[in-house]
Design a protein around this ligand. Structure first.
Ligand code: ACO
Length: 340
C-alpha cells in the first residue's frame, strides 16, 4: 500500500455533519456510438464493448463549453434542494477541461447562475476531482466557514481527445454532475474520506501541451501535445490497486465493513476495472452502480453523474451507507463513505 498523508479526523464535537442535500447532472444530446467510431478509427464495436463495456458516449456541441454543462447540472441540483443562487457560499468546479486557463470555470458558472455571494475556484485532480471537491466542501462546512456549497464535476474531454488515436478516443465522453452540500442538522452525511496522489506516475495519463511546459505553438500542436496521452495497461493496473486501497481506507476510517455498504459508485472508466475492484472487495456486481455503457469515461463528471442517477432512481434510501471511489491522472485517487 502506498504511503498517504494523515487523513482528517471527524471526531471533534465542534465539527458539523455535512450532507449531500441534492444532486443534478447533464449530458449533451449528441450520442456518438461505437459503430460511428468504426468510421473514424480502426476499431470495432465488439472490441470496445468487450475491452471497456462502453457502447456510446455523449459529445458536447462545438459552442457548448464545460461551464455550460456545469451550469445545467448545477441548476438541476439547486432545483432539487430548493436553494437559490444567492444562498450559495462557495462554488467548486472539478475539471481538466476548463473553459479557459483563467478565470476559473467556477467563476463562469457563478456568472451564469447569478450566485453573487459565492467564492469560486476550480480543482484539478482529473477523474478524482469530484471527490476532492466534496472533501474541500466538507472541510469548509464542518468547520462553520460556509453553509451552502455547490460542487460540480464537469469535463468536455472531446475537446482534448486525439480523434486519430484509437487507444484513447474510444474511451471518453462529455458531461457534468453537481451536488449541493450543507449541514442538515441530522447525523447523516459524509462519514469518512480518503484522498491520495502519486506524481511519480504523472506521465502514464496526461495532456502535456497547452501549459507553461509546452505552450500553444504550432510546433507543439503539430505534435498533438494538446491531446490526452495514456499508457492503457499501466493505467489499468494502477487504477485497480489505488481504488481498492482507497476504498479500504475510507471504510476503515468509517469503522464499517463492505457488507455494510448498500451501493458502491465507482469511477466510470472501464467495466473490467470495476469488476476487478468488486472481486477484491468480495462484493457482487449488483452492489455497483454502473452507467459507463451510455457515457464512457467523463472524467470528473463520471462519479457525479452516476451518483445523481443512482440517487434519482432510488438505488439507495435514507440511512444507507454508500461508497464512492475514484481514480485519475496525477495519479490521484479518493474514496468517501456517506450515510445518505
Ligand atoms: N480498437 C481496436 N484495437 C485497439 C483499440 C481499439 N479502440 N485500442 C487499442 N487496440 C489494440 C492495441 O493497438 C493493441 O494492438 P497490438 O496488440 O497489435 O499492439 C491491442 O488492441 C491490445 O491493446 P492493449 O492496450 O493490450 O489492450 P487492453 O486489453 O489493455 O485494453 C484499454 C486497452 C481498454 C485501454 C485498457 O488498457 C484500459 O482500460 N486501461 C485503463 C484505461 C483507463 O481507464 N483510463 C482512464 C482511467 S483514469 C481516468 O479516467 C482519467
Amino acid at each position: 500500500m502506498r504511503r498517504s498523508p494523515p487523513q482528517p479526523r471527524r471526531s471533534d464535537k465542534s465539527r458539523r455533519t455535512v450532507s449531500i442535500v441534492a444532486t443534478g447532472s447533464y449530458v449533451p444530446e449528441r450520442i456518438l456510438t461505437n459503430r460511428e467510431l468504426e468510421q473514424i478509427v480502426d476499431t470495432t464495436d465488439e472490441w470496445i464493448r468487450t475491452r471497456t463495456g462502453i457502447r456510446e458516449r455523449r459529445i458536447a456541441a462545438p459552442d457548448e463549453a464545460t461551464s455550460d454543462m456545469a451550469t445545467k447540472a448545477a441548476l438541476a441540483a439547486m432545483k432539487q434542494a430548493a436553494v437559490k443562487a444567492e444562498e450559495i457560499d462557495l462554488i467548486i468546479v472539478a475539471t481538466v477541461t476548463p473553459d479557459m486557463f483563467f478565470p476559473a470555470t467556477a467563476c463562469w458558472v457563478q456568472k451564469k447562475l447569478g450566485a453573487v455571494g459565492a467564492a469560486c475556484f476550480d480543482v484539478s485532480a482529473a477523474c478524482s476531482g469530484y471527490l476532492y471537491a466534496m472533501e474541500i466542501a466538507q472541510q469548509f462546512i464542518s468547520t462553520h466557514v460556509y453553509n451552502v456549497v455547490l460542487i460540480i464535476g464537469a469535463d468536455k474531454l472531446s475537446s482534448i481527445v486525439n480523434w486519430s488515436d484509437r487507444n484513447t478516443c474510444v474511451l471518453f465522453g462529455d458531461g457534468a454532475g453537481a451536488a449541493i452540500l450543507r449541514n442538515r442538522g441530522a447525523s447523516h452525511g459524509v462519514v469518512a474520506t480518503h484522498m491520495g496522489s502519486d506524481g511519480e506516475f504523472a506521465e502514464i495519463l496526461f495532456m502535456p501541451g497547452g501549459g507553461s511546459r509546452y505552450p500553444i505553438t504550432s510546433e507543439n500542436i503539430g505534435q498533438q501535445l494538446n491531446t490526452i496521452k495514456m499508457q492503457g495497461k499501466e493505467t489499468y493496473k494502477q487504477a485497480v490497486t489505488a481504488m481498492s486501497d482507497a476504498a479500504d481506507r475510507a471504510l476503515e476510517a468509517a469503522g464499517l465493513r463492505y457488507d455494510d455498504i448498500a451501493c458502491v459508485i465507482p469511477h466510470q472508466a472501464n467495466m473490467r476495472i470495476i469488476e476487478a475492484i468488486a472481486h477484491r472487495m468480495n462484493l457482487p456486481m449488483e452492489k455497483f452502480y454502473v452507467n459507463l455503457e451510455k457515457y464512457g469515461n467523463t472524467s470528473a463528471a463520471a462519479v457525479a453523474i452516476a451518483l445523481d442517477e443512482a440517487h434519482r432512481s432510488g438505488r439507495f434510501k435514507i440511512g444507507d451507507y454508500i461508497l464512492l471511489v475514484v481514480f485519475g491522472g496525477g495519479l490521484t485517487w479518493a474514496s468517501s463513505v456517506i450515510q445518505w
